[in-house]
Design a protein around this ligand. Structure first.
Ligand SMILES: NC(=O)C1=CN([C@@H]2O[C@H](COP(=O)(O)OP(=O)(O)OC[C@H]3O[C@@H](n4cnc5c(N)ncnc54)[C@H](O)[C@@H]3O)[C@@H](O)[C@H]2O)C=CC1
Ligand SMILES: O=C(O)[C@@H]1CCC=N1
Length: 279
């Protein structure tokens, strides 16, 4: 339990919801200790109050920010500058600032606040909703190992956590921040193939889902490499080989490597675009 800590989410989108759902599920904070603000959508705040019992009265935004022990920045990269400009006078250097914003560096965030509040950058993913995030964390210049430990408590409640140097966080973003979308994309394609092959939608969905879950659990529980597990499925001249040959002829492996590098590159760009616009 993060006893007596008040957490304020600044930004009420899908990532904020995933993280708050996760930490409430794990009961590390009480709903009343979590407040949430957004730019303008009162209906969205009402929805979160109704679904999770958190505190989110749009007229109390300033109070939530001033009183929070931990501020979690969860707006889009393009909105971070204006969001910090709106709140910085209400914040102080005893608060821990955690950012889940892709690409935006702790140095940039620190400069915008104009004080020395400790900053931890986090890159979770939407599987936080069910406690299955893979989160990368790094600490900014003024954050101590204690601040990192507090952030770890939050993100460990919603899945596994790795601590990295800030320079590696863009790679983490390309792999596990965006990663669920790649798996969903592959699931969409398997579903389409299953239906094209003659299965009805429900059966296609059940088989696709269980195949992905089973393969993920095999990777997790056997500790074997993906290569070893793939080879066990692939009989010489059998059906799997026929399928995999088709994937190879389309260079799907290369496409996936490029996909991760591209996402990492985009994360770096998101940070530099803002820094350049400030220069
Ligand atoms: N969606 C995902 O899978 C992941 C997203 N992220 C990061 O999380 C951040 C949020 O992403 P989403 O939740 O997907 O976006 P979203 O568009 O669903 O939510 C953004 C929220 O920020 C709010 N906002 C904008 N300006 C604001 C301001 N000035 N003050 C207060 N709130 C403000 C909006 O009202 C909205 O509620 C992004 O920076 C993204 O890079 C990180 C990991 C995974
Ligand atoms: O697509 C994005 O930019 C965000 C960051 C990681 C996942 N979603």
């Amino acid at each position: 339990m993060l006893t007596n800590k008040k957490i304020c989410f600044v930004g009420a989108g899908s990532m904020a919801e995933a993280v708050l759902a996760g930490i409430l599920n794990q009961r590390i904070v009480k709903p009343g200790a979590i407040s949430i603000t957004n730019r303008s959508d009162r209906f969205r705040l009402d929805e979160l109050v109704y679904n999770f019992g958190v505190v989110a009265d749009a007229d109390q935004k300033e109070k939530y920010i001033r009183e929070a022990d931990i501020l979690i920045l969860a707006m889009k990269p393009n909105d971070v500058e204006s969001a910090i400009a709106e709140i910085k006078a209400l914040t102080h250097s005893d608060q821990l600032i955690i950012s889940v914003i892709a690409g935006i560096t702790t140095t940039f965030i620190s400069k915008q606040f104009g004080h020395h509040a400790p900053i931890v950058r986090a890159m979770p993913n939407t599987s936080a909703t069910i406690g299955q995030s893979a989160t990368g964390l790094c600490q900014g210049a003024t954050a101590t190992s204690e601040h990192l430990a507090t952030a770890s408590r939050i993100f460990e409640a919603i899945g596994m956590v790795v601590t990295v140097e800030e320079a590696q966080l863009d790679a983490v973003t390309g792999v596990s921040g965006s990663g669920p979308a790649y798996i969903y994309y592959i699931a969409e394609a398997i579903l389409a193939g299953a239906m094209e092959a003659g299965l009805d939608q429900e059966m296609a969905r059940e088989l696709t889902l269980q195949t992905i879950i089973g393969a993920a659990q095999m990777l997790h529980e056997t500790g074997e490499t993906p290569t070893a597990l793939r080879e066990k499925v692939t009989s010489p001249n059998g059906t799997t080989q026929a399928g995999l040959d088709t994937l190879r002829s389309h260079k799907v492996d290369e496409a996936i490597v490029s996909c991760i590098l591209k996402a990492k590159e985009r994360s770096i760009e998101l940070g530099t675009e803002l820094t350049r616009s400030k220069a």
